[in-house]
Design a protein around this ligand. Structure first.
Ligand SMILES: NC(=O)c1ccc[n+]([C@@H]2O[C@H](COP(=O)([O-])OP(=O)(O)OC[C@H]3O[C@@H](n4cnc5c(N)ncnc54)[C@H](O)[C@@H]3O)[C@@H](O)[C@H]2O)c1
Length: 451
């Protein structure tokens, strides 16, 4: 690996010699930052955590993680080992390596919103000292770390990047709710502005996952690798969503088709569904922004985005159409949507497409109730302005004409046809786009629809 342009590789020793013992700071204690801080503390490092959300910091300090990514036991052990969550930025002053895990959302017109990154740089900058290292984990397009964050840190600190201060990039790849692919099992991609810094970061992160580290030749390569991982996933899901919509029109189950197709060794196994959340539905816009800046129209990337962004409307339209076939005479039908979070078994509501699905069903004349045992009701009210309903195990008589299984939480996947039957009138419709209950479809008394 060669050093980044303009960086003198012989400046390394003052920086990297200290990394193995430095106090670490993690900035942004969300889905990415908190598990990282806890893992670093568990590996024996001294870790300061900083977040602007004082209430969240308070809960973390009390041993509670409302993302559900860190168990109480692991968090308590980290706190006992010296992990110090703080909402006072001055707590960052003692850190030699600062790892930034703040959000990278998009603006209303689907452009990268680098606001949280820039604000983090403004906070961190004055607390840096000569010899500091700042590593970014947030997902960005190639160039953001060195061309945007570097100058912002330099301006806020008065230090010179490449002389007093070095940058690294180590994209996070965790998948919320995924118990298999965890920090300690995922290969970590790392990059530093000099070879020695990259090596030091490889040691730092390798201590968390048995040394499974891939060092890239530059920070830009690592930024680009992360950006394409999520854009590729978005495009693949868009393809499967598209074929699902085609086959639905000819009464063919895409799930049956996929069961057959995935038996081929090189078939890519993706499932149709709503694409929400903070990553897959957002990160491709970082790549498309870069593409347009450099003069290439990113047709494939944006086509995937358009289709996935539109999928909730498509599903609502098809469910409403099928409902009218099944129950043409019901006036003001009542629908229950099961699941509101952006994916299965996580409480994360960010960019969930279920509100879009619900709104479209309302336009089709349904009254819509939402039920989600995984989501936090006060979070739903605060962030989405929506209310959740409780669904009693036995309603006496079924209250709904339509049930839509929007998010296949484990709690819903385990429902029996009798459980579902207690919610929906016998003349009603059970809509299960993801096919979670499809092997039980024959047992439903109600009509059943899936992709
Ligand atoms: N969630 C994921 O599964 C995932 C996976 C891989 C990569 N990423 C990327 O990691 C980054 C963080 O994502 P996340 O899901 O952890 O976000 P998050 O919203 O869960 O957490 C971010 C935290 O940063 C805090 N924050 C915001 N601005 C801040 C600032 N200026 N200073 C200090 N703290 C600040 C917020 O209060 C919040 O607690 C994003 O770039 C995301 O794309 C996320």
């Amino acid at each position: 690996m060669s050093p980044a342009a303009g960086i003198d590789p012989f400046l390394d020793p003052p920086f990297t010699a200290g990394i193995d013992d430095a106090v670490l700071a993690v900035v942004g204690l969300g889905y990415v930052g908190l598990p990282l801080a806890v893992a670093l503390a568990a590996s024996g490092r001294r870790v300061i955590g900083f977040d602007i959300d004082a209430a969240r910091v308070g809960r973390i300090a009390a041993g509670r993680d409302d993302t559900g990514e860190v168990d109480g036991c692991g968090l308590s052990a980290a706190l006992a080992a010296g992990f110090r969550p703080a909402s006072d930025p001055d707590a960052l002053a003692g850190a030699g390596v600062v790892i930034v895990c703040v959000p990278t959302p998009i603006t209303g017109d689907r452009q990268p919103d680098l606001g949280p990154l820039l604000s983090a740089c403004a906070t961190i900058g004055p607390r840096l000292r000569p010899g500091s290292v700042v590593v970014f984990e947030s997902t960005v397009y190639p160039g953001v770390t060195e061309d945007v964050c570097g100058p912002a840190l330099a301006a806020a600190s008065g230090l010179v990047v490449g002389r007093d201060l070095l940058l690294g990039y180590a994209p996070e790849r965790i998948n919320p709710g995924d118990r298999l692919h965890r920090l300690d099992t995922i290969v970590k991609v790392v990059a530093g502005q000099t070879p020695a810094l990259a090596d030091a970061l490889a040691r730092l992160y390798g201590a968390l996952n048995g040394g499974q580290v891939h060092v890239t030749p530059s920070i830009r390569v690592a930024e680009a690798a992360k950006a394409i991982e999520n854009a590729q996933r978005d495009i693949n899901i868009a393809f499967v969503n598209e074929i699902a919509l085609i086959f639905e029109r000819i009464g063919l189950s895409v799930h049956d088709v996929l069961d057959a197709a995935r038996t081929k060794w090189n078939f890519l196994d993706f499932k149709p569904g709503l694409v929400g959340g903070h990553c897959i539905g957002v990160d491709p816009y970082y790549l498309s922004h870069l593409s347009q800046v450099v003069g290439h129209e990113p047709d494939v990337i944006l086509a995937g985005r358009r289709l996935n962004d539109h999928m909730a409307d498509e599903l609502a339209d098809r469910i409403a159409f099928r409902f009218r076939e099944v129950a043409p005479d019901v006036v003001r039908p009542r629908a229950l949507i099961l699941g509101l979070t952006f994916k299965e078994d996580v409480p994360d509501l960010r960019n969930s497409k279920v509100p879009q699905l619900a709104a479209r069903l309302v336009r089709h004349g349904f009254t819509v109730d939402l039920h989600d045992p995984v989501a936090d009701a006060s979070d739903v009210a605060l962030k989405l302005g929506l209310a959740l309903v409780d669904v009693p195990a036995d309603m006496g008589v079924p209250m709904f004409d339509l049930v839509v299984l929007a998010v296949g939480h484990r709690a819903f996947a385990g429902l029996t046809p009798d459980d579902v039957g207690r919610m929906v009138h016998p003349q009603g419709l059970i809509a299960d786009p993801k096919g979670v209950w499809r092997h039980r479809a024959a047992c439903f008394e109600q009509a059943y629809w899936s992709l």
